[in-house]
Design a binder for this molecule. Sequence first.
Ligand code: GLN
Ligand code: MG
Ligand code: MG
Ligand code: MG
Length: 443
Amino acid sequence: MTTEEQVLKQIEEREISFLRLQFTDILGVVKNVSIPADQAEKAFDEGIYFDGSSINGFVRIQESDMRLKPDPSTFAVLPWRNKDDGGAARLICDVINTSTGEPFEGDPRYVLKKALERAEEHGYTVNMAPEPEFFLFKTDDDGYATTEFADHGGYFDLAPKDLQSDVRREIIYTLEEMGFDIEASHHEVAQGQYEINFEYADALKTADNVATFRFVVRAVAAQHDLHATFMPKPVPRINGSGMHTHMSLFEDGENAFHGEGDFDLSETALSYLAGILEHAPAITAVTNPTVNSYKRLVPGYEAPVYVAWSDRNRSALIRKPAAREPVATRIEARFPDPSCNPYLGFASLINAGLDGIERDLDAPDPIRENIYDFDEEKIDEHGIETLPKNLGDAVDALEDDEVVLGGLGDHVGEKFVEAKNEEFTEYLVNVSDWEIDRYLETY
Ligand code: GLN
Ligand code: MG
Ligand code: MG
Ligand code: MG
């Protein structure tokens, strides 16, 4: 845990000239305010004022003054910034409402903190570990992203160079320099697709990590004239990018998910899991928040479609990964994708799981076969529901779900639903290339 004094000392020792104060908007986009490093003390004491009216979903114009309060434990030097032209570091901030002096309830980080407080009331801390997947694509001559894979030209090149694995290595080094514990990284199923896993941590730190991870990956890729995208399904008919999220609750330092039930799960774990299954349609609106997210959630591409759980098959919404020791017992939600706001996504999973615990829900039987192979009759026989088929249906489910919507708080809940309904309507009024290809000459 880094304290304010330690941060100030590091700023001096590491010759940091600029501090980037980082936070995210409701849609999960990372925002930055840059200040000269000699303002650090003031930033800790008084906070830094900014105009919240220009941030998506934050405030209305007439109440626009917000204050950023840096969290010293999140201090990290940005390794790609050269000391010679001014080293830079970042601090993740909480957002404070200047008129009340209280945390701003529209701050996604605050929404997650509320969910964690609720867990704490039950005596639990929450651990999370994500598996974000992404694609690397070439950029065009003007520097704009394309959907052309960066790794298929290499084979014929005169001076062959595995650009992608160089970039991946550099991404990992950069993340490690910023304090990430990288567990593994590998080429994913699809061409040009990668996954980097980082070690589990408490849910707040993990959400901070996901937000940071996305901009670091993009920044390093851009230095190699590549575009990294966390768009869930950038290329049709191949695997999309998910962000599987592993979770466990700890109580007094012990893993409360480990127990005598199915596959070493405790009653607590099974109720938590049942809560997520019950609220899955509403959670989807938050963890899979784009129109494009639903193009990933289709059968045949290792992404979940059915509201079920299993210890092995990857077509289920929740999987129980094998664990070597009790401390590692956990469940894996396979539906989230990396376009989500990690703070809001994690908060929604936690609130749904805690609801399952509070209501002592029983988990349904696990499904051990490949559900993609089930016919409709078999799906009905097992009483398996499907996830929402599009963003509009997911947002409808969210609007009807007091637990998940309530967990977002009035401000974020309202703004989120409004933004997503608008996004879906915008999609509906559009006509895609696919429709033109399919219908223009036929009719
Ligand atoms: N890309 C797949 C998804 O969309 C997951 C593939 C995997 O990790 N096995 O979730
Ligand atoms: Mg994985
Ligand atoms: Mg994967
Ligand atoms: Mg996984």
